[in-house]
Structure formats: C-alpha cells, structure tokens
Design a binder for this molecule. Sequence first.
Ligand SMILES: [Zn+2]
Length: 526
Amino acid sequence: MQAGDLVGAKALRCASCGAPLKDPTGDLVTCEHCGTVSKVVDARAFLDQIMLQVNAFVRQSLPIGLDSTATATIDPVARHNLWTTSIGPRLSTEYGEYRFRTYNLLSHPLATLPFTLASDVPEGGDPKQAFLFQEKVRSVASLAVDEASRNTVAETTGLAVAYAYALNNAALLRGNRPERYHLMAKNFADAAVAMHGIPRFAGLEARFQGLSKLSEGLDLLTQAKVSDARGALMDALPSLSRAQQVMNSDFDLAVMLQAVNEELSLARAASHLNEAISLDPAGVSAASLLSFQAYLGLLAQHRHVGEGLWQRTFRSTDREARLLQLALEARRAQANAGAVKVAPLPGSVAFPFWVVEAPYSFQTGAAWRKHAVEVAEAVLVASSFPLEPSAMSGADPSTVVTDVFSARERAGLLQRVGGKETTISAGGPVRGLLQGCAPRSLYGLRIVPPLSTSDDALVLAQAYIDASRRKDPSLDKQLKLSSPRVVDLVYLPLAPVPPGGPLVPALGALSPRSVGDPNHFPHFFL
Ligand SMILES: [Zn+2]
C-alpha cells in the first residue's frame, strides 16, 4: 500500500452525506447523491478530516513501529497473521453492527408514489460514518491475502457503501423535494454497483437496479415526460422480479422479501399512473398530472386514517396499486380504448359505485304457517365514500349507499299473517338500474376515479347493515343475512355539482344522500 492511496488521489467527498464528488470545475460543487452544493475548499477540508481519522485507525490497528505505508512490503504470512489476529476481529464487530442496521433499513420498501411521503422508513444512521467505515476497511485491504479475507473486505466495503446510499434515499423518501427521484436514482444505481460481483448480495444488486429504474421513471413522470417515463418504469419490473426470485430462496436476504414485493406492486402502480396521465383527453399530460397529484394526495391522507374500522383495508400495501389500476381502466374507457360498466343516465361526470350483493332470508307468516323467504338484494356504495365524514366515522354509513332497508315498504299486517311477504327491503329501482348497466366507453364524460377498493366497500356495507339492524328492531328480528359480497364496479353519469334534488334522480328516495364533500371533487376530476 502506498501513502498516496490514503490521501493523494482521493475524490473529494460531500461534507453533508460523505459520498464521492465529481471533479469540480469551479469554486462550487454539487453532490449528485444528496443535492448539497458546497465550496470546493470545504469539501477538501472534509476529505482531509476523513483521512486523518482513517490514518488514526490504521495506527491503532497495526503493531507499534509498523507504518501503514510499509504493509505492502511485509511478507504474506506476516500480513495474514496481522489480519487474523488484529484487523479482522476489530472490523468484524463493526461490520456486524452495520449489517444489522442495513438489513433493518432494507426490510422496508424504499420507494413511494409521487406526492407521497414514506413516513414509515426508519430514521437515523449517518451516511458519512458508513463511508468512513468503508475507507477504514480499504486502508487495511492489502493485509487481506487469502480468498476468505478478501471476500470479507469486498462484502464489508460493499455493504457499507450500499447502506450509505440507502440512508440518503431514506431521508429523500421522507421529504418531498422536487428533485428527490433524480437523486434517488443515482444513489440506487451506485448502491447496485457497490453490490456487483459479491455473490451473497446478488439479490440486492438486482433490487437496487430495479429501484434505480423506478426512481428514474418517477422522476420523468413527475415532469409529465410520459413516454420517457414508460421505458424506465418497464425496465424496473424485471430487475425487481429477479430480486424477488433470488430472495425467495435466499435465507440471508429473506427478511427483505416483503419489502421487495411492495416495491414491485409500487412499480406496477407507477406504470398505471403514467399511462393514465398519458391518456389526457385534451392531450395535455401536465394537466392530468395535476389532477392525479390531488388524487394521490387524498389516497395518502386516507392511508393514515386512524379509525379502527378502516385500519386493515386502508393500510393494505397494494391499495394504491389497485385504485390506480381502476383509475386507468376508467381512463382507457374515456379515451375510447376500453370499456367499463356504465348506467344509462344523462349526467356529464361518471361517479364510481361498488355493487354489493346482500342475500338474505326472512321469516314470514304466523305460527304454524311460518316459513323463510330468500331474497337477493343489491346495494350501491359510492366509491368516493372516504370523502363523506358521516360514513367514515361510522356515524351514519347509510348516507353513501342506496338505503334499501330503511326505504322498505312495510307489508301490511294481513299479508304478513298470511305469509305473503316477498321482501323486507326495497331495492327494486337499484336492481332495475343495474340491469341497464353495460360495458361502454366514457368518451366525452369527466371521471371521478375510485377512492375505495372492493375490500373497503365490503367494510362499509357491513357497517351499513349492522346500523340498519340497530335502527330497526323488527328488521333485526326477521333478517337472516348471509355475508354480503362485492360483485361489480359501475359508473353512474351524474350532474357535476349536486342539484337540490336526489343525487341519482333515477333512484328517487333510494338515492344515496352523499357521494362525499363536493368541494373535493373538482380537484381530481379526470
Ligand atoms: Zn451529498
């Protein structure tokens, strides 16, 4: 090892994150990894400071009288002994800590949708320290003479560097700087390079490559450069799938499998989003980008709803991916490149509704003539119900559904005694409307993209049925309900701003009273 290896030809380092800097052309230099602009003199001073610490480490690690510049001249056996008795044990303790922290960080998904902060990525950890550790290991690398110790050096430096870049990205994921995806792409690309050629980290190399492409695609998407974004997003999928495959049969990296699954789902969601933005009816992708910004902002808010009722479905990892897929299907129908189920109504804005089938049986007739009647009832649930406070709080779920149970026309007493009741609900008009629904284009209409998944709709429907039973004891006594299930998503063309009358005039008294706060809608109409 030469003295020059330690101090002379080193690249300058960013005083903020510790990453190597490009050769500066003027007095200032910008870090490609964290975006910090610093004076060249400060970067040089920082590098000197790092090298002082590295030299101190070398002096402490080597026997007294042995100069770090002389290690390359001692014979291999002596070097090997130095490694196994002194250097190796010192490094392995510190490496163990880095490994633990790295695996912990990497067991979280390191990606997020645009306009969304990843608040659950763990905080803490200083990339500068990780880079310093890398330099320490490098400074004694010439003492690693056999294959095993050389592998240790490669693994240790590789992981320290990958950890440093991942820490940079964890910080970027928690904030919303406009250039964050650009910086993330660079950090991930260099993390992949750091993993290259280390067999036990092959899965990580593929993961970082995929994440770099995903970040690059999202950087382009957030600038409405949809056709360039498409290519990068498509490239992310095979790398992330390869990472998933490798980790599936890799005991060591298996703790990251769930995170990679989520990153894959996010990469698919990003592709859906990009295509949906590209299908702007007026051909102005930047306009669609703004609508989707408002839409994604709402989805991000809903993810943090603390209420017990919604915790399970709203926090589901693939929720945004499923909703964006539905939004894309609607968008394709709007562009005449696909079809969704649409009700024959005259409005100009297509509102999505979940169709929930609630099969039930009830007892009718008196005494010895009592018998059970089976009925299949359909309830419409406004997919935008997360924008209606009374539905979200559980106070009154009936506001956002076709309230078939309280609108029922009660059968006369004579009929009941005679056992002639055929229904205790009143969903006739809903069933009529559904019969008229057919796959159609949404061309010329504006769209409200779905704000709830079928799982959310099921929770809402169950809450509605429970509330109906509590409200009406006679219904509760008669009703034997089998589990409701979601069977379809239909679009109802309605007036953009609700008029004075029912929201869905065709349903009369059965019309849902709300599809959510109307003040929200114009922001994310598509
Ligand atoms: Zn930096």
